[in-house]
Write a protein that binds this ligand. Structure first.
Ligand code: ZN
Length: 265
């Protein structure tokens, strides 16, 4: 009887031992543990509770270079984290340019945002839309009025079509320097705002009726200056009176138009 009990105990002990052995040596059946996986690891879980992580080899840090493409960027390089750049830098340019975003190419390419996943070192390019303009004003020096022209920054305009008239005078072209009027300008590039000055030569076959604004002199004596100012004042006063009499004192056509027409040619 005693012997039998001992055998049973032995058998029980063997059974316990073998079950522990079985648990330690069984072949795990790995199932993808989506809940505990993330962008850098895939986790697998076996029913026994064991886990195994698989590193996603492709995801590492890359260097992203920002080419401001004519503008300026404070932080020209960033490293990715989990394949991403959380905050793309904001580049700067003069107020003539509007930033359109970061692209994969200097022109064209794809627009990149914060969700973009990088798989290699990458250069991104700022792209800009030119919105700036410049204005050229004509100083006709007593000739007929020529409306200022406004063009996109960098554009060039042929000045052949911009010819003022002045009774008794021949137009001799546009000049940048109002004093010397030596180097004629035949086309203008809108890199900046500018003024061009008309050059006039008295037509020997005609009379020069208007001496008020016809001289090419830029520097006037005080006497000349006050004489002109008082004559211009008189003309303006007369025009105001004429305007008020014909149009009435209420709203009407812009005053400058009637002034220009009466005074110009
Ligand atoms: Zn297992």
């Amino acid at each position: 009887m005693k012997k039998k009990v001992l055998l049973m105990t032995l058998a029980l002990a063997l059974m316990i031992q073998s079950s522990v052995m079985a648990e330690a040596t069984h072949k795990h059946i790995w199932e993808d543990d989506i809940k505990n996986s993330n962008e850098t690891i895939n986790r697998y879980t076996c029913k026994c509770g064991a886990t195994k992580d698989e590193v996603i080899a492709d995801i590492r840090d890359y260097v992203i270079t920002f080419d401001a493409n004519g503008g300026y960027v404070g932080e020209p390089e960033k490293e990715t984290y989990k394949g991403r750049i959380k905050w793309l830098p904001i580049p700067e340019h003069t107020s003539d340019y509007q930033w359109e975003g970061w692209f994969t190419e200097p022109e064209g390419g794809e627009l990149v945002d914060n969700t973009w996943i990088y798989e290699e070192d990458t250069t991104l390019y700022a792209q800009w839309t030119l919105k700036g303009t410049r204005t050229l004003t004509f100083a006709c020096d007593g000739g007929s009025y020529i409306r200022p022209i406004t063009r996109k920054l960098g554009e060039t305009v042929d000045l052949a079509g911009y010819v003022p008239e002045k009774q008794g005078y021949i137009f001799k072209g546009w000049y940048e320097d109002p004093r010397t009027k030596e180097n004629e300008v035949t086309e203008y590039t809108f890199n900046g705002n500018g003024v061009l000055y008309a050059k006039w030569e008295a037509d020997p076959t005609k009379e020069q009726p208007d001496t008020l604004m016809t001289t090419d002199t830029i520097y006037l004596t005080d006497e000349q200056y006050y004489e002109r100012i008082s004559r211009i004042q008189a003309i303006i006063e007369e025009l105001i009176e004429r305007y008020l009499n014909t149009k009435g004192a209420s709203k009407g056509a812009p005053f400058s138009m009637s002034w220009r027409n009466s005074y110009g040619k």
